[in-house]
Design a protein around this ligand. Structure first.
Ligand code: WQD
Length: 338
C-alpha cells in the first residue's frame, strides 16, 4: 500500500486535498497538532468520502514525535506539507514563532522524507513569495522580490530549503504557489474556519453578510486599478486541492529523483475587491454592509497568475468560476450558523 502523509490535514486546504486524494484512490494519513484547526474536519472528510482518516496530533517541530509517525507507517511514499502558520499580520508581531514553527517543522519532515524514502514531497507555497512583482501576470520565472512579511519570508526560505534538499538527496519535490484560495466544498461538510476576526477578504464578506460582523472595510479604493481596489487571483479551494492530486500523480509517473518543480496555482484572472463583493451580492442576494477605508499596510496593488505551466504539465483545469467561489463560501457560512 502507498500512503500519503498530509501535514496540516485538518486545515482548510489540507482537508479539501485529503478529500480529493481519497477520491483518486490514495491512502492518506494526517499529522496536525490542531493549534490552528479542529479535528472536526476529519468528520467532514468522512461525511464526504466515507473514510475515517487517522490524524497524528503531533507538533512537527518535535523531531522525535515526527519520526514516530514514519516508524509506525513504513508505507509512506509521499508527503504533502501544509502545516504552517499563515497569518501575515501575526507573523510581523511574532516573527520568531513563525521562523521556528514553519522552518523547523519543514527541516524535520525533509529529514524523515530522506531517511524513510518518502521521495514525493509537495510543499505548500504561496504567491506571497513574489512580493510586489515587477510584471503581471506572474509566471514561475518572475523574479521574487523581498518578502513583505516574515510569513512570506518563511515561504521563500522554505522553497530554498526544499530545492537544496532535492539537489543533494533523491527526492522528487514540487513547490505549489497558491494565489488566493477561497470557497468551500459544495457539500458544506468542510470549509474555512478563520480564528478570530477574519483577515482574508472572503470570510470577512461572508461573516459580515450573515451578521457575525456588523460591517467590513474595503482596504483602499484609491489604487491605480480599474475600480481603485486591489486585484487578486481568487481560486476555489477544490481546484487547489485537485492540483495537489495531479502534482502527486505527476511526480509518481515521472519517477525522477533529485528534482524540484514549481507551479503557480491561480486561475489567471485578476479580480478587484469590489468585483468580488459584487459577485457575492449577486449570488447571495445579500446587500453587503461595507465601507471604503484606508489602505492596509503591506498590501500590493495587483497580482495574478500565469498558470500555463500547471495547465500544460499537470493537465490541471480550474472548474470553479468567481460566482461559484462566492456561492460555496456563502453556503458554508450559512451551514455554520445552523
Ligand atoms: C485580499 C484583498 C485586501 C480583507 C494573504 C496572504 C497569502 C494568502 C492569502 C496564506 C486585499 C482586501 C481583505 C478585508 C479588504 N495567505 N481586503 N477587506 O492579502 O492577498 O493574501 O492571504 O497563504 O499568502 O498574503 O489576501 O484576503 O487578506 O486580501 O479589502 O476585510 O482583499 O486589502 O486587497 P492577501 P486577503
Amino acid at each position: 500500500m502507498q500512503t500519503i502523509l498530509v501535514t496540516g490535514g485538518c486545515g482548510y486546504i489540507g482537508a479539501h486535498t485529503i478529500v480529493d486524494l481519497i477520491e483518486h484512490g490514495f491512502d492518506v494519513i494526517s499529522a496536525d497538532n490542531l493549534s490552528r484547526a479542529s479535528d472536526n474536519s476529519l468528520l467532514g472528510i468522512e461525511k464526504i468520502t466515507g473514510k475515517k482518516i487517522k490524524n497524528y496530533q503531533v507538533d512537527l517541530t518535535d523531531k522525535k514525535a515526527t519520526e514516530a509517525i514514519f516508524i509506525e507507517n513504513p508505507s509512506i511514499v509521499g508527503i504533502i506539507h501544509f502545516a504552517a502558520y499563515k497569518a501575515v499580520g501575526e507573523s510581523v508581531e511574532q516573527p520568531l514563532d513563525y521562523y521556528e514553527n514553519n522552518l523547523f517543522s519543514l527541516v524535520h519532515l525533509l529529514n524523515m522524507a530522506v531517511k524513510y524514502n518518502a521521495k514525493h514531497f509537495i510543499f505548500s507555497s504561496s504567491c506571497t513569495v513574489y512580493g510586489n512583482p515587477e510584471s503581471i501576470p506572474v509566471t514561475e520565472h518572475t523574479p521574487l522580490q523581498t518578502a513583505a512579511s516574515p510569513y512570506g519570508a518563511t515561504k521563500q526560505m522554505g522553497e530554498t530549503i526544499v530545492k537544496d534538499t532535492a539537489i543533494t538527496f533523491p527526492l522528487s519535490a514540487i513547490l505549489l504557489r497558491y494565489f488566493n484560495p477561497v470557497g468551500a466544498h459544495p457539500s458544506t461538510a468542510i470549509g474555512e474556519l478563520p480564528i478570530g476576526r477574519p483577515q482574508n477578504l472572503v470570510p470577512a464578506i461572508t461573516q459580515t453578510a450573515i451578521g457575525k460582523l456588523p460591517t467590513m472595510q474595503v482596504h483602499g479604493a484609491d489604487y491605480d486599478t480599474r475600480d481603485g481596489s486591489c486585484i487578486r487571483d481568487y481560486i476555489h479551494v477544490c481546484d487547489i486541492a485537485h492540483a495537489h492530486t495531479l502534482a502527486l500523480q505527476f511526480s509518481i509517473k515521472k519517477n525522477e529523483e533529485k528534482s524540484c518543480e514549481v507551479f503557480n496555482l491561480g486561475t489567471g484572472n485578476g479580480i478587484t475587491v469590489l468585483e468580488a463583493i459584487h459577485a457575492f451580492e449577486k449570488v447571495s442576494g445579500v446587500k453587503l454592509n461595507y465601507e471604503v477605508g484606508p489602505r492596509r499596510a503591506g498590501d500590493i496593488v495587483a497580482i495574478y497568475a500565469n498558470n500555463d505551466k500547471a495547465v500544460k504539465q499537470l493537465g490541471w483545469q480550474c472548474k470553479y468560476g468567481l460566482e461559484e467561489m462566492m456561492l460555496t463560501a456563502w453556503q458554508w457560512e450559512q451551514s455554520l450558523a445552523k
